[in-house]
Write a protein that binds this ligand. Structure first.
Ligand SMILES: C[S@@+](CC[C@H](N)C(=O)[O-])C[C@H]1O[C@@H](n2cnc3c(N)ncnc32)[C@H](O)[C@@H]1O
Length: 337
């Protein structure tokens, strides 16, 4: 007779999470103290770095060594140097600086410490990033694309291939990219076809970066930049073949999302394609960690947010007048006018 062995639960999952917080803590402290900027300014020894950052030398040495273990710094003969990642993304005043976004959102520890309170009360405790006044915040996120666009472009080309949207099948496309961010996702279509035209829609501050990305990708002449609030702007009538909505609808409740979808429906030509590229909710199997953590994050940051499941998207799209709603991957949904 076989005896069932009881397995005692291990705390490994919890230890890993706690350990992850310490990695984030090191980055948070370094950004707050401007450590990467101080090193970029030519300070290399722990004494010089501590003095320039006005810090205790022992504390700084401990932080610097921890950052080396995280591959955000390199140590040689006792001196500290930036790595390619910290050099491009973590030095203040560089156009690709990502630290402001980190400090104001992902690493905003003051907000994190109030998450339980937000869940207790159902009230938002962070900055609402879906307001039209959040342009400078979003700009601090999108700026990294000035450096990362080649990699993002590769992924975007793969997305259009998955959807069968190619120059051969659909030449001279008119594309509306709503809440476009860097714009890379639609600019690859312009790169592939000189006859294609893109309307890049986002907040004014963000479009300054979008324009630079368009120039870097060699498509600026094919792009019209339109600034406005997605909640109120008119996108025109019967003028686009494709409308792309990347990671935006989940900021809004069903009424607002539906209203956006109605306006997109009007803006598309007959048989036009709507593409939704986003986290898709998974509250049945609860396996899609990115979507489920995005839901928690959005709950804390955006009062009207909802990470829609595929069936909820299908329902919204049908109500807005779209047919043939299909899911193509973990993150991609399309419908036809
Ligand atoms: C998560 S990013 C998505 C960027 C891009 N679509 C993508 O999929 O990578 C959200 C974008 O929505 C824009 N946004 C947020 N609220 C907005 C609003 N009320 N009106 C227009 N754009 C908005 C932000 O500026 C940002 O570029």
């Amino acid at each position: 007779m076989s005896k069932k062995r009881s397995v005692s639960p291990s705390l490994d999952i919890v230890y890993d999470l706690e350990y992850g917080v310490w990695k984030a803590t090191a980055l948070h402290a370094a950004l707050e103290l401007g450590v990467f900027t101080v090193i970029a300014n030519g300070n290399r020894s722990r004494g010089a770095i501590a003095a320039e950052a006005r810090c205790d030398e022992r504390g700084m040495r401990i932080l610097l060594d921890a950052l080396c273990s995280l591959k955000l710094l390199r140590k040689r003969k006792g001196d500290y140097f930036l790595t390619p990642v910290s050099d491009v993304f973590l030095v203040r005043n560089k156009p690709t600086y990502y630290g402001e976004w980190c400090l104001r959102t992902q690493l905003a520890f003051d907000i994190r410490s109030r998450v339980a309170d937000g869940i207790r009360t159902g009230r938002v405790v962070g900055i609402d990033a879906s307001q039209s006044g959040s342009g400078s915040l979003w700009r601090s996120d999108i700026s990294r694309a000035l450096y990362t666009w080649p990699l993002e472009a590769k992924q975007a080309r793969q997305m259009w291939r998955t959807l069968g949207v190619t120059r051969r099948d659909k030449p001279s496309l008119r594309v509306l990219d709503i809440a476009c961010g860097s714009g890379v996702n639609s600019f690859v279509l312009a790169q592939a076809d000189p006859g294609a035209r893109v309307t890049a829609f986002d907040l004014t501050d963000v479009l300054e970066v979008t324009r630079q990305v368009a120039e870097a990708m060699g498509v600026a002449k094919q792009v019209e930049f339109q600034s406005g609030d997605v909640l109120t702007s008119d996108f025109g009538t019967d003028c686009f073949d494709v409308a792309l909505l990347g990671k935006i609808l989940y900021y809004f409740d069903a009424d607002r999302a539906l209203d956006i979808l109605y306006r997109i429906h009007s803006a598309l030509k007959r048989d036009g394609l709507i593409v939704i590229s986003t986290y898709i909710g998974d509250n049945r199997s609860c396996r899609s960690q990115k979507a489920l953590l995005a839901a928690l994050q959005l709950f804390i940051f955006a009062p009207q947010s909802h990470v829609y499941t595929f069936s909820e998207y299908r329902d919204l799209l049908r109500r807005a007048g779209f047919s043939g709603v299909s899911r193509h991957s973990e993150t991609l949904i399309t419908g036809t006018k």
